[in-house]
Design a protein around this ligand. Structure first.
Ligand code: GLU
Length: 519
């Protein structure tokens, strides 16, 4: 790569299902890097493995990035001067480049059937198709080129394999890991192309496209690190060594607890999504939850993911996309896996929730309420959000119940039922009710009720202005019992605010009902 070339990076998913959250982080890091350097970001679909193709996956991936605000400059659905960007539409290109390797003697035809290969593997432990075995196989090196051409002309199925010279130390220079070295003897003669479907394998298509699309940096997950020496050898075989991209292999995302990499099962077990959007599996019908549908804000997801494997080196954690673009440093990414702390994800969502106004959150709360069978206006929903957004909720974890701040709009509903639904019964065994409803309470509540009935202005301020001095004069402390009447238990917001929200008629009705029930 020449130093003055414009940065060009790509995200190149295979449409084999929903995009895993680790893939989202890979795309995000590419995006941050491209935007910081004033470079270009390409969206390529690697769909050469037709057996793993899943309908709907490509559209899902595109929609995920649209939701997250991660944008591309070129690619599938966008266009650009280096297309087509779907590998299945680039067959002719790959045929040409496979031909180039064959002509240069860097690749050869192989005719071994799957059965023959299986038999070899069965009889030889650790069988590998490489320099030590290739001269005992059925290929153009052993049969001769003329015979190989004849077989091909007869329609014999074949593959093209990469000829790897053994005994060479192959160095990969990685921006995160430094120099990674592997001896070529451990590599096998990888299949590059198959006549069966006329398609290349991942390795060939990936290298040819990165070259033709003038990719300068390959930023991808750690799981691709083992492929990179082979990729280096391919670049060299093509004569492209001096424009080879810089590699950067990102750290793995690890389970929130225990050892190993994050999996969908961890999400199911601990109750967090591992996909950006909800995914409906087209064959099994299984539904997997998504960050969007769970009520995460895209800015929170981006911020949370950005800090899994990298941090700006100071204490700042809440970072907007433009902060991230300014601060991101690929070379400061960690080599070690990043633990997927999903509870931190709650925290991030709360941070972004608190930055939004009640009115901005109201439409989502209206939806949550509608799902619970409650019709209300955005204005009333906004009032409730304002009264309850600072409360704490209890949630279940595998270690039992925990408390946390409201982190999602949906957290509000279990706390806010009484705003919309009057208590239908009272639990005399409830500690709060027992403590605050004594012999004298019904009479006191009747007094308060009659006083409230005289008010002509029922706003929170007006109720307070009338009731505070009256209570002092009467020597009453009616708050907890009043709360029992309106809420049914010992929680909820300021009583004046609640009464004002309910309105005079409903407030009096609830009080009459409680007095009748509790006596
Ligand atoms: N198609 C590969 C994937 O699904 C691309 C890997 C790479 O970025 O080279 O992740």
């Amino acid at each position: 790569m020449s130093n003055n070339s414009k940065v060009r990076v790509r995200f190149a998913p295979s449409p084999t299902g929903p995009l895993h959250i680790g893939g989202v982080r890979t795309a995000l890091y590419n995006y941050l890097f491209a935007r910081q350097r004033g470079g270009e970001f390409i969206f390529r679909i690697e769909d050469t493995d037709s057996t793993r193709f899943v309908p709907g996956a490509e559209a899902y991936i595109i929609e995920s990035f649209r939701w997250l605000g991660i944008t591309f400059d070129e690619g599938v659905g966008i266009g650009g001067s280096h297309g087509p960007y779907r590998q299945s539409e680039r067959r002719d290109i790959y045929v040409r480049y496979v031909g180039q390797l064959l002509d240069a003697g860097r690749a050869y035809y192989a005719f071994d059937t799957p059965e023959e290969l299986a038999a070899r593997r069965e009889h030889e432990a650790n069988f590998q198709y490489d320099a030590s075995t290739r001269m005992s196989m059925r290929n153009s090196l052993t049969l001769g080129l003329d015979e190989a051409r004849r077989l091909i002309a007869d329609g014999t199925p074949y593959v093209v394999r990469f000829l790897i010279e053994p005994g060479e130390d192959v160095h990969v220079s990685d921006l995160i890991r430094g120099d990674v070295c592997i001896n070529s003897s451990v590599l096998d003669d990888k299949v590059l192309w198959k006549s069966a479907d006329g398609l290349p394998t991942y390795h060939l298509a990936n290298i040819v496209d990165d070259h033709l699309m003038e990719v300068t940096h390959v930023i991808r997950g750690e799981e691709w690190l083992p492929s990179s020496p082979l990729h280096v050898l391919l670049y060299r075989a093509f004569g492209w060594a001096d424009t080879m991209p810089q590699f950067a292999h990102l750290p793995l995302l690890l389970k929130p607890d225990g050892k190993g990499k994050l999996s969908k099962r961890d999400g199911d077990r601990l109750g967090f999504p591992v996909f950006p959007l909800e995914w409906h599996d087209p064959t099994s019908g299984e539904v997997s939850s998504g960050y969007r549908e769970r009520g995460y804000m895209p800015e929170a997801v981006v911020n949370f993911l950005a800090l899994l494997g990298w941090n700006p080196g100071d204490d700042q954690e809440v970072l907007s996309m433009s902060d991230l673009i300014a601060k991101f440093d690929l070379t400061k990414c960690s080599k070690n896996g990043a633990r997927f702390d999903y509870v931190k994800g709650f925290w991030f969502n709360r941070e972004y929730l608190m930055r939004r106004s009640n009115e901005a959150l109201a439409p989502d709360f209206v939806k949550v309420l509608a799902a619970a069978g409650i019709e209300t206006t955005a204005a009333r929903a906004a009032t409730v959000v304002g009264l309850m957004r600072d409360k704490v909720i209890t949630y279940d974890t595998k270690d039992g119940p925990r408390k946390r701040n409201i982190s999602f709009v949906s957290d509000l509903w279990p706390l806010c039922r009484f705003f919309f639904v009057a208590p239908a019964t009272f639990d005399r065994d409830d500690k709060f009710v027992r403590k605050n409803w004594t012999e004298a309470t019904a009479a006191e509540m009747r007094l308060l009720r009659d006083k409230l009935a005289t008010l002509t202005d029922f706003t929170s301020d007006a109720i307070k202005a009338a009731i505070d001095p009256w209570v002092a004069e009467q020597g009453l402390k009616p708050w907890n019992a009043w709360r029992v009447c309106l809420v049914g238990e010992g929680q909820g917001p300021d009583m004046y605010a609640l009464a004002a929200f309910l309105g005079q008629e409903e407030t009096l009705r609830r009080m009459d009902f409680a007095i009748a029930q509790l006596g």
